[in-house]
Design a protein around this ligand. Structure first.
Ligand code: DUC
Ligand code: ZN
Ligand code: ZN
Length: 473
């Protein structure tokens, strides 16, 4: 097995940072050493197969994006990143594990859908991958089968309170599923928006001739998110189910989560970079049909309502626990343009998997979060939340050698289609300048990004069989 030494860097964890060398044997970290440690009198630098100089740089555990949708069939089309292209883009951005979603649609059986998603991903991924299970048809068979998901390494499942007629579950279905989740050690993930009320409002807006992308944000008002978040929390309280609310964007939804946590309830929330940096007026309200680029759900919120400051604060104070992307890109040409003249037909989603580590590092530069918190919300907590910690989310002996060497003096200009690696014909992040740079990325000991070169391949990524969440009680 080839050995690698990462020397001279500052190893950052969720609890601190220190100058240290990291020794890797094959796929695994074997030691974190005081700089310059000798082995049997020999300088390790001269005895390893690969030496990576990290002087002046941060050495962090590889990013874990726990919410992606590669190839997702949605809105009459399919997300434009495949497992191959999406995981390669993830690698470029310092993300070494994704957790995607196997999708059970109406009339399908859960285990068939899981098998289908395994087939899509196997042999296609540049980095490691796991699955949550979307349960889009809560029926007696689904409720029976859900209990065996944990044996498949799928320790979390997702329900939707939005999208009636597609993935939507009503309150009775949510109640029943949560009971099973609580009994079988599954984390319940929730898309919390009041879908039926949203659809009613969409109908009203379209009838008034309000068809532009901007109205996507108007229809999916924060009240829709707060109400659904509260309802999900109450149903989780009743059933003793642990609850993880995805893509939180409204400060009022954060307040619901914070109040439940203060009350001792086992609930959690993630937000996404788009809710920390982008807004309703400037992006969704861009001239013409441009706003379609940023149509996602939950939607971008109004810059006049102070949601973003609240999100950053919640990340700092642990009212929100982590940041994922909800990566689900659609091209403008042929996909987003399905909604020309009717915002409700614009496929929901945008591409961020490549930029999450950089965008969140900018939060460190801007004084919004600490360096350690950056590692915690992008890697360590995702690993703990979704049953991967020990192998993932930490630089320690025995862990997978998933490591990013990050240069705080480097610079990243997020630009046009040509300068990113996601398979989408625009960048939702064009023009963002980051004071930092992903220099080198290792996935299970293999150098997959170095000196702006991709060295990985689509056969490298392995399925991560996840244990139950460490946050179950
Ligand atoms: N929201 C999105 O924006 N895209 C995929 C699914 C979702 O809930
Ligand atoms: Zn969702
Ligand atoms: Zn999603």
């Amino acid at each position: 097995m080839p050995t690698t030494l990462i020397s001279g860097g500052t190893v950052v964890s969720s609890t601190g940072k220190a100058l240290a060398d990291v020794l890797i044997d094959g796929e695994t970290i074997v030691a974190v050493l005081a700089p310059g440690t000798k082995s049997l009198g020999t300088d390790l630098k001269s005895s390893v197969d690969h030496l990576l100089d990290a002087t002046g740089k941060y050495v962090i555990p590889g990013g874990i994006d726990a919410h992606t949708h590669m190839e997702m069939p949605f809105g009459g089309t399919e997300a434009s990143d495949t497992f191959e292209t999406g995981t390669r883009a993830a690698a470029w951005g310092g993300t070494t594990t994704i957790v995607d979603f196997a999708i059970q649609r109406h009339g399908e059986r859960i285990m068939d859908s899981l098998a289908a998603w395994h087939e899509r991903a196997a042999g296609q991924c540049a980095v490691d991958y796991g699955f949550h299970q979307i349960v889009g048809d809560v029926n007696d068979d689904s409720l029976k089968v859900m209990g065996s998901l944990v044996d498949e390494g799928v320790s979390s499942y997702k329900l939707f309170m939005a999208y009636p007629g597609v993935f939507y579950s009503d309150d009775a279905q949510i109640y029943k599923a949560m009971r099973v989740g609580a009994e079988t050690g599954l984390m319940t993930m929730m898309h919390a928006e009041n879908g039926p009320a949203i659809d009613a409002m969409v109908g009203e807006l379209l009838a008034q001739g309000k068809t532009d992308p901007y109205y996507h944000g108007v229809a999916r008002a924060w009240q829709m998110e707060e109400e659904a978040t509260h309802r999900a929390i109450m149903l989780a309280n009743l059933t003793s189910a642990p609850l993880y609310v995805v893509h939180v964007s409204a400060k009022q939804a954060v307040e619901q989560l914070a109040a439940a946590r203060d009350n001792g309830q086992n609930v959690f929330g993630e937000t996404c970079p788009q809710y920390l940096y982008l807004n309703l007026e400037d992006q969704l309200g861009a001239p013409g049909f441009e706003g379609a680029k940023w149509v996602c759900s939950t939607p971008l919120r109004s810059k006049h309502e102070n949601h973003q400051e609240h999100m950053w604060r919640a990340l700092r104070t642990n009212d929100l626990q982590m940041v994922s992307t909800d990566h689900c890109p659609f091209c403008m040409k042929g996909q987003k343009e399905l909604g020309l003249g009717d915002f409700s037909k614009i496929p929901n989603g945008m591409g961020t998997v490549e930029h999450r580590m950089d965008l969140m590092y900018q939060g460190v530069v801007n004084g919004k979060i600490s360096l350690e918190r950056w590692v915690e919300i992008t890697s360590t907590t995702p690993a703990r939340m979704f049953g991967m910690y020990g192998k993932k989310g930490v630089i320690a002996p025995g862990a997978d050698a998933d490591i990013v060497i990050y240069d705080p003096r480097g610079h990243t200009s997020i630009g046009l289609e040509k300068t990113h690696h996601m398979r989408v014909d625009y960048s939702a992040w064009e023009g963002f300048e980051i004071d930092g740079h992903v220099d080198t990325v290792l996935s299970r000991g293999r150098i997959i990004i170095n000196e702006n070169t991709y060295l990985g391949d689509k056969n490298h990524g392995e399925y991560v069989h996840r244990a139950p969440s460490q946050y179950l009680i």
